[in-house]
Design a protein around this ligand. Structure first.
Ligand SMILES: [Zn+2]
Ligand SMILES: [Zn+2]
Length: 292
């Protein structure tokens, strides 16, 4: 059984290294941060000193993987050329920051086709990803995140993500699976049969070897509701028992490279991932590992 790290999204305001302090304060074993303010196109200019302080703090804390979450404005399926150029530049910037910070990669919401279907925008999305890799030729991977499905977001089903991965055909293109999005998207990962069906479908459409990282969120919405509403661990429709079922299943599949899960929960003080959520998930993880 594979050992899974419980990480969390934390703020890096005040300097990249501050993210490490915030992560340590909530006992996170891995981190996710934004490269810059997520609702703003303007990139943050991280200084060489910020990168070195970050690396020192991360090493001292003994943290596992670090991931960046790309800003929210990106839409690789946009019909507006200017928005596409800005989107490509934002992902290139995120990958560049990831490389400088020694992060594993960047998680990206691919975008929305606004109900037109992926087929119409596929050539544009593939072309954009190819340009991104050409302009950011580092080692950091780009992990497309599955979506809950509301508003024509790309990647509700694994077929859409697999179609993009196959069309690009680049090992740097990977997938991030968010437990809340998957559940709201119709995959019942809280059920022993449902989670096996989900993994089989993922393997068929994407390939388990491309599952790079997990986003860990309970869901306020029910199975298949297609709404993206994160909830604290154990307080939503997946629930403590659901996470136990899911974790027990995924930890037994050696073909899945992902061994990091990143909390993006609202927090009990509505201040983002907190100590209580980290401890709840670690308790589930420790219980699953102890049972073997
Ligand atoms: Zn997510
Ligand atoms: Zn979400």
């Amino acid at each position: 059984m594979k050992h899974i790290h419980v990480g969390a999204h934390v703020s890096s305001s005040g300097g990249l290294w501050k993210a490490v302090e915030r992560g340590v304060a909530i006992e996170a074993e891995a981190l996710q941060i934004f490269p810059s303010a997520p609702q703003n196109w303007r990139p943050t200019n991280h200084t060489p000193e910020a990168y070195s302080r970050f690396t020192e703090a991360r090493t001292a804390a003994g943290l596992g993987e670090v991931w960046l979450h790309c800003i929210y404005l990106v839409n690789l399926a946009t019909e507006v050329p200017e928005q596409l150029d800005k989107s490509i530049a934002a992902v290139v910037n995120a990958l560049t920051v990831a490389d400088r910070a020694g992060a594993s990669g960047v998680v990206l919401h691919t975008g929305s086709h606004k109900g037109a279907g992926l087929e119409a925008s596929l050539p544009q999305v593939v072309g954009a990803i190819e340009r991104i890799f050409a302009e950011a030729p580092g080692a950091a991977v780009l992990a497309l995140e599955n979506a809950a499905g509301h508003g024509g977001t790309i990647g509700r089903d694994f077929l859409e993500l697999g179609t993009i991965l196959r069309a690009v055909g680049q090992p740097r293109l990977q997938v991030c699976v968010d437990t809340c999005h998957a559940f709201a998207g119709g995959y019942n990962l809280a059920d022993p049969v449902g989670v096996q069906e989900m993994l089989q479908e993922f393997d068929r459409e994407v390939g388990l070897q491309h599952l790079a990282v997990w986003h860990l969120n309970d869901s306020k919405q029910g199975l298949g509701d297609q709404r993206d509403r994160h909830e604290n661990i154990g307080e939503g429709r997946i629930g403590t028992e659901g996470f136990r079922v899911w974790l027990d299943a995924i930890a037994r599949v050696p073909e899945i490279p992902a061994n990091t899960m990143l909390l993006e929960v609202p927090g009990f003080d509505n201040d983002g991932p907190d100590l209580e959520n980290v401890r709840r998930m670690k308790a589930i993880r420790d219980e699953v590992e102890a049972a073997g």
